[in-house]
Design a protein around this ligand. Structure first.
Ligand code: C2O
Length: 602
């Protein structure tokens, strides 16, 4: 598999000529997208169905200029799945309804239906776009978005841009993988391991370069799960942008880019053009429960100075020392916001519920999509919209007042790393504890950075914490979630309802958005349960799977369910899991539980 990047390279002259147009005339860029299945084999190992746009996959690279209006006319031609589209990192100021997350700001778009997004992009940088329907984007519905900036402070310091995506890749389709992942058969919550890594949706990518030139690399991790280390052999990277925020230049030999993060960096080519150089994405295997011997965790591409010179395999590294993004400083010098008016503490845990499957929790609640999308509840519950109760007990909703300074303290009681993304904002990263720091302890805090890095996805370390700060200056409903798509599916999400009463005065939901709900019988008004009369009565709300009965373990219920099945089928399948016998107390509570909830846990 080899694909030349030459058709992706954006000559700076072309960008500049479009910028020489009078600045007043922000363009409207319209995309007519048929979203449907096609087939692809990006790693050369397995052709599989993928979700494409207008019959094409990889998806189009979108080049937008800051200030442009974007209109997307989506037609869901999938036939067998609903869909949605989120432009990751866009503030959607005044257009929260165009943000995309299903159950948060809209309903899923049914097969056969159309849906229009219409919003202005007034921020520069490197982004991506992806489906925000449950577990869908890793089946291919994700692409890169670059917002060019006529006022880029680094203009003049680079000659051309190199758009680059990294991702992990699976050979099986997500619905089946998800069913296996959230299942009593997978009580530890082991995530499916990718089959390969991709660079620009291929492997062995070649990027023609010219000696002495400086390129602005636009790197987006559009993967489902794996963070990746990235480096270019023999060259230094100068980071100038992180998630769309310009930074003071920071030099490094290696970046760590978590799922959904982006980096912009300058790389100056050598003056000598006799050799070619490998650039490598290497999946972070710390995230994987097992690393199959057959898995190539790396993807390699080459900066090609001379096509007739060899493209030497990359050297294997066994030690990774990436740049610490926490030390980046925003180029605009914006200082830390004042002290928080509101601190939201989110304690992350992973545990089993009564179906024996593993779920993810904030403060012991696993996010469960409400009956009514949260934005629609905010708009239709009158004065009650300022009362978090109306958004239900399973959405981890927090109501923010206009212009409040908000801290999110995230305590990670899990041994994994998690990249957290906030919609609608960049946040300031003001504390990030090293591995095993435990929960955040404000009394130990010596000093926050004066000019903290701002970005929209921040990694929390294993058994550690972070604190991020933002100003609630963007009325809307904004999702906050782990961007490992497995963990979003297993409930690792919260909802910020920002200035709902102001929203009621400014936002009107377009008819086609409401129609997406109606077509599937989903109510568009009332509280999380769809109650339009008593907004505080949540009877009928969507609830999470009930917890395991007290004194009972996940292993127990798995063993019990298997023993029922095995008795029924006359097969001894119990042995493969949980061979240790249940205590009599476990057995008694299991029997009670099965009597109440039924033994069929799938
Ligand atoms: Cu990349 Cu909730 O989004």
């Amino acid at each position: 598999m080899a694909l030349s990047l030459s058709n992706f390279l954006i000559p700076i002259a072309a960008i500049l000529s479009s910028w020489l147009m009078p600045a007043v005339g922000a363009d409207t860029v319209t995309f007519d997208w048929d979203i449907g299945w096609t087939r692809a084999n990006p790693d050369g190992m397995a052709e599989r169905p993928v979700i494409g746009i207008n019959g094409q996959w990889p998806l189009p690279l979108l080049n937008i200029t800051k200030g442009d209006r974007v209109i997307v006319n989506m037609n869901n031609k999938l036939g067998n799945e609903t869909t949605s589209m989120h432009f990751h990192g866009m503030f959607q100021n005044g257009t929260s309804d165009m943000d995309g997350p299903v159950g948060v700001t809209q309903c899923d778009v049914p097969a056969g239906s159309s849906f229009k997004l219409n919003f202005t992009i007034d921020q520069p940088g490197t982004y991506w776009y992806h489906s925000h329907s449950r577990g869908q984007y890793p089946d291919g519905l994700r692409g890169q978005l670059i917002v060019h900036d006529p006022e880029n402070p680094y203009l003049g310091q680079f000659d051309a841009e190199i758009p680059l995506t990294l991702s992990d890749w699976y050979h099986d389709e997500m619905p089946g993988l998800l069913a296996g992942f959230i299942s009593y058969k997978n009580p530890t919550g082991a995530e499916p391991i990718p089959k390969s890594a991709l660079m620009n949706d291929t492997q062995n990518l070649t990027v023609p370069v010219e000696p002495g030139k400086t390129y602005y690399f636009r790197l987006s991790n559009v993967g489902a799960f794996a963070g990746q280390y990235f480096w270019v052999e023999g060259h230094t990277m100068r980071i100038i942008e992180v998630d769309g925020v310009y930074t003071d230049p920071a030099e490094t030999d290696m970046i760590y880019i978590a799922a959904s993060q982006r980096y912009g960096f300058l790389v100056t080519m050598k003056n000598d053009s006799s050799a070619n150089f490998a650039m490598v994405g290497s999946m972070d295997t710390d995230l994987f429960d097992t690393v199959p011997a057959t898995l190539n965790t790396n993807v390699t591409g080459w900066l090609v100075y001379d096509d007739s010179a060899p493209k030497t395999a990359a050297a294997l590294l066994d030690d990774f020392t990436p740049f610490d993004d926490f030390t980046l400083r925003p180029q605009d010098g914006m200082e830390i916001l004042g002290d928080a008016d509101l601190t939201v503490t989110l304690d992350l845990s992973m545990n089993n519920l009564g179906d024996g499957a593993n779920y993810a929790f904030f403060n012991d609640i696993t996010y469960t999509q409400p009956v009514v999308p949260t934005l629609y509840s905010a708009l239709t519950t009158g004065a009650n919209a300022a009362d978090g109760t109306v958004y239900g007990e399973y959405t981890n909703s927090y109501v923010l007042e206009k212009d409040q300074i908000v801290d999110i303290v995230l305590n990670n009681a899990d041994t994994g790393k998690h990249p957290f993304h906030l919609h609608g904002h960049n946040f300031q990263a003001i504390h990030r504890g090293p591995d095993n720091e435990g929960s955040y302890n404000a009394t130990n805090e010596t000093s926050f950075p004066v000019t903290p890095m701002r970005r929209d996805v921040l990694l929390v370390r294993p058994l550690a914490n972070f604190v991020v700060r933002f100003k609630a200056d963007n009325p809307g409903v904004w999702f906050f979630h782990c961007h490992i798509d497995w963990h979003l599916a297993s409930g690792l999400a919260a909802t910020f309802v920002e200035a709902p009463l102001e929203l009621q005065k400014t936002l009107t939901i377009p008819e086609d958005h409401l129609e997406a709900c109606r077509a599937r019988g989903i109510p568009i008004a009332g509280n999380a349960a769809g109650n339009t009369v008593d907004m505080l009565d949540l009877k009928g709300q969507n609830e999470s799977v009930p917890p395991l009965p007290a004194g009972f373990t996940a292993r127990g219920i798995v063993a019990l369910v298997f023993s029922c099945i095995s008795a029924f089928l006359g097969m001894a399948v119990i042995a493969w899991y949980g061979a240790a016998p249940l205590s009599s107390a476990e057995l008694a509570s299991a029997k009670r539980f099965v009597a109440e909830h039924g033994g069929d846990t799938e």
